[in-house]
Design a protein around this ligand. Structure first.
Ligand SMILES: Nc1ncnc2c1ncn2[C@@H]1O[C@H](COP(=O)(O)OP(=O)(O)O)[C@@H](O)[C@H]1O
Ligand SMILES: [Mg+2]
Length: 333
C-alpha cells in the first residue's frame, strides 16, 4: 500500500476541521486510538488518514471487520494459526497482527468481539505478544491499533459486555465523528465531490451542478446513513439524469420506493389512508384497514368471492372467515 491509497477527505465545517487537526496530532503518537461514530460517518477513512500521517505510513495498513466473522474465525484471522491446529489447517497462516507488523491494524466494529478475543488483543497492546492458534511459540509484533465502533463502549463496559481494561488502553485518545446532520455545511461540498467523481465514471467531462431545489433537499434531509448514504443518493441522482444537459434535480432518497414494493407491512402505506395524528387504538386501526381492503377488493372483483380470494392471495375459506368476522357476507347487496 502506498500514499496514493489515501482518499480525499472532504469537509469544511468547523467541527470537521477540528477533527482533521485532532487526527494530525494523534497520528504522530505511537498509541492505540479509537474512532467513534454512527455508520457511514467516515471512520474507516479517518483511520486511514491516521495511519498515512503517522511515522508508520510506509509500513502496512491492515484492516479487519470484527463483526463479519464468527469468534473462532476472527481469532485465526487476527492471530494466525499453525499447521494442523484444526481440520483443514494444512499450513501455517499468519494473522493480521503479524501482517501489520511495524504498521497499523484497523479493527472495525470492535464492540462485537468476544471476551476471549478482547483478552488476546489486550495482551498484544500491553506486551506486543501473541500466540498463533494451535501454537506455543510466543511471537512479538509491533502494531498500532486503530479501533472503530458505532456503539457506546463505556456503556457496554458498564454492562459487562466489553472489557474495561481493554477499553482503557484503546481509549488513550478518542476521535468522535459527528453525524452528517450535525455538520450540514459539509453536505453540499461532499455531494459535489461525489457527483464530479460519478460524472467522470460515466465519461462526462462536466458535472452540470445541482438545481436549487435539489440542493435544498440534500441540505435538509436527516441522513441516517450519513456520508455513505449521501454518496449513494448523489451517485444515483447523477446517473439518473445522465444524458440531459440540465442541472441534476431528481433526488430519490429511497431506491426501494415503489408502489409495487413487496411488503413487510412496516411502511405506512398510502393504500390504507393516512396515519392518525394523535393517539389511537392499534387493533381498531388495523381492523378498519382490513375492512377497507376487503371492501375495495370485493368491489374490484365484482363481489365474486372466489376471485376476491385470489386477488388477495388467500384461500376462499380464509376470505369467508374475514367476511364473517366483519359481517361483510352480504356485501353484494
Ligand atoms: N469526509 C469525507 N470525505 C469524502 N468521503 C467521505 C468522507 N467521509 C466518508 N466518506 C465516504 O463515505 C463512505 C463511508 O465512509 P466510511 O469511512 O466507510 O464510514 P464508516 O466506516 O464510519 O461506516 C465511504 O465511501 C467514504 O469514502
Ligand atoms: Mg465502516
Amino acid at each position: 500500500m502506498d500514499r496514493q491509497q489515501e482518499q480525499a477527505l472532504i469537509g469544511e465545517s468547523p467541527v470537521f476541521l477540528e477533527i482533521l487537526e485532532h487526527v494530525s496530532r494523534v497520528a504522530q503518537l505511537n498509541r492505540p486510538v479509537l474512532v467513534v461514530g454512527e455508520r457511514g460517518t467516515g471512520k474507516e477513512l479517518i483511520a486511514a488518514r491516521i495511519h498515512y500521517l503517522s511515522p508508520r505510513w510506509d509500513r502496512p495498513f491492515v484492516k479487519l471487520n470484527c463483526a463479519a466473522l464468527a469468534e473462532s474465525l476472527l481469532e485465526t484471522e487476527l492471530f494466525g494459526h499453525e499447521a494442523g491446529s484444526f481440520t483443514g489447517a494444512t499450513r501455517r497462516r499468519l494473522g493480521r497482527f503479524e501482517l501489520a507488523n511495524e504498521g497499523s491494524l484497523f479493527l472495525d466494529e470492535l464492540a462485537n468481539t468476544s471476551d476471549r478475543v478482547q483478552e488476546k488483543v489486550l495482551r498484544v497492546i500491553e506486551y506486543g505478544e501473541l500466540e498463533r492458534v494451535g501454537g506455543n511459540d510466543t511471537i512479538r509484533t509491533d502494531v498500532r491499533i486503530i479501533g472503530a465502533t458505532n456503539e457506546d463502549l463505556p456503556g457496554l463496559a458498564e454492562q459487562g459486555k466489553f472489557r474495561p481494561d481493554l477499553l482503557d488502553r484503546l481509549a488513550f485518545d478518542v476521535i468522535t465523528l459527528p453525524p452528517l446532520r450535525k455538520r450540514r455545511e459539509d453536505i453540499i461540498p461532499l455531494a459535489e465531490h461525489f457527483a464530479v467523481k460519478m460524472s467522470g465514471e460515466l465519461g462526462l467531462d462536466l458535472f452540470q451542478g445541482f438545481s436549487e431545489s435539489a440542493r435544498g433537499l440534500l441540505r435538509d434531509y436527516y441522513w441516517p446513513g450519513n456520508v455513505r448514504e449521501l454518496k449513494n443518493v448523489v451517485e444515483r441522482a447523477v446517473y439518473s439524469s445522465f444524458g440531459n444537459d440540465e442541472p441534476t434535480s431528481g433526488i430519490s432518497f429511497d431506491p426501494f420506493d415503489s408502489p409495487w414494493r413487496p411488503g413487510t407491512q412496516t411502511k405506512t402505506g398510502d393504500s390504507g389512508g393516512s396515519m392518525p395524528g394523535e393517539a389511537y387504538d392499534f387493533k381498531e386501526y388495523i381492523q378498519e384497514f382490513e375492512v377497507t381492503l376487503l371492501k375495495s377488493a370485493l368491489q374490484t372483483c365484482r363481489f365474486n368471492q372466489k376471485k376476491t380470494a385470489d386477488f388477495l392471495g388467500m384461500t376462499y375459506h380464509q376470505l369467508r372467515g374475514y367476511l364473517r368476522k366483519y359481517d361483510l357476507t352480504d356485501q353484494e347487496n
